[in-house]
Design a protein around this ligand. Structure first.
Ligand code: PLP
Length: 352
């Protein structure tokens, strides 16, 4: 039973088949192939408008390059204090933006709150020696496994836009959030005010396929140069495009994410019934966070279960502050998680 990450699993069969199927003949390189052209049309249809698309091999590249196109080197980029761009991308946003600063903003369960965002922006007047408030980045679904409703996204976007800032969404698990909300992708992105989206497929069954989707097509005119300069404009782009084509065809992306979300919900519901397990946040997508007794963690690990211990930074000053006996863990389900894995884990957890 492996709940360490959705990255630990392989590639969904239709996506692997699609990679093999495009492995013939000579086509245009660097995105000049028919599959890339078709995928751009698929994205326009999916988002119900014209969009610019940049296909990339990793989520960190998508985030960092997208954000670098929104901020000058002397810009401040506001993000949640548990965000992946802040904690787990080795300073990639700062690097690719030639030094813009990521400014952490707190908020319960991975979601930034308007009050905290306003307060954080207010510290940057943008005059003389100060950084300019340049961009906001929010994650959907969040690093805490929760999801922003469209009106919450719209409120944050409106605060940012009033200050002339652009808004980026880190959608490494965008599919899981779309399934969870049951809304069209447009409703939680550009219709709510998002200017640029990092849309991930790798965690949800692709091999290496991420995309930066630019909604305001006047923006990010330099992104193609940024991709090339970073060494991330892939010459054999058809293999990334083929993954996207298969991923978006016939709703495969929603079926894969739907399965992962269902598994996570079952895991969370089961754990709620186990004595000495506390879940601080709702399980909106495919990640379950819980406090467990240290002895339970040991029993699960001894029996072969894998999962990560997680930072407790988001629990302080809440009723879920850990006791000395408790360990905070993250359990991630994927498109390949099986019912058996959930049942085995719950049985082990309950086995006192
Ligand atoms: C929320 C979030 N954003 C971005 C990424 C970055 O993805 P990658 O590992 O492909 O660079 C991850 C990966 O764990 C993530 O969880």
């Amino acid at each position: 039973v492996n709940f360490t990450s959705d990255n630990t699993y392989g590639v969904a069969a239709p996506i692997m088949d699609a990679i093999v199927a495009v492995n013939y003949g000579a086509v245009g390189s660097y995105g000049g192939d028919p599959w890339t052209a078709r995928v751009v049309c698929q994205f326009c249809e999916l988002f119900e408008r014209e969009v610019k698309v940049f296909l990339l091999p990793s989520g960190t590249a998508a985030n960092a390059l997208a954000i670098s196109s929104l901020t000058p080197p002397h810009g401040a980029v506001f993000c949640h204090n548990e965000s992946h761009i802040l904690l787990e991308e080795c300073g990639a946003c700062e690097f690719y933006s030639s030094g813009a600063r990521l400014v952490p903003v707190s908020g319960f369960a991975g979601r930034m709150m308007p009050l905290e965002l306003n307060a954080a922006i207010a510290k940057y007047s943008g005059i003389r020696n100060d950084l300019i408030p340049a961009a906001l980045s929010i994650t959907q679904s969040t690093e805490c496994g929760t999801v922003y409703q469209p009106d919450a996204v719209a409120e944050l976007c409106s605060i940012a836009h009033k200050r002339g800032m652009a808004v980026h969404m880190d959608g490494a698990r965008f599919a899981n959030s779309v399934v969870s909300l049951g809304l069209p992708p447009a409703a939680v992105t550009w219709r709510a005010g998002i200017d640029i989206l990092s849309f991930g497929a790798t965690k949800n069954g692709a091999l290496a396929a991420e995309a930066v989707i630019v909604f305001d097509t006047d923006r990010a005119s330099d992104l193609i140069y940024r991709c090339k300069r970073a060494g991330l404009l892939l010459s054999k782009m058809r293999f990334v495009a083929a993954q996207w084509e298969a991923y978006l065809a016939d709703g495969l992306w929603l079926r894969l994410a739907g399965h992962a979300n269902t598994m996570a919900r079952q895991l969370a519901d089961g754990l709620r019934g186990v004595a000495d397990v506390r879940l601080p946040w709702p399980t909106d997508a495919n990640e379950v966070f819980c406090l467990m007794a240290g002895s339970m963690v040991k029993r699960l690990r001894d029996a072969g279960a894998s999962f990560h211990e997680w930072t407790t930074v988001g629990l302080y000053a809440s009723p879920f502050e850990p006791t000395p006996d408790e360990v905070f863990v993250r359990l991630v389900t994927s498109f390949q998680t099986t019912q058996d894995q959930i049942d085995i884990f719950l049985k082990l957890a309950a086995d006192d």
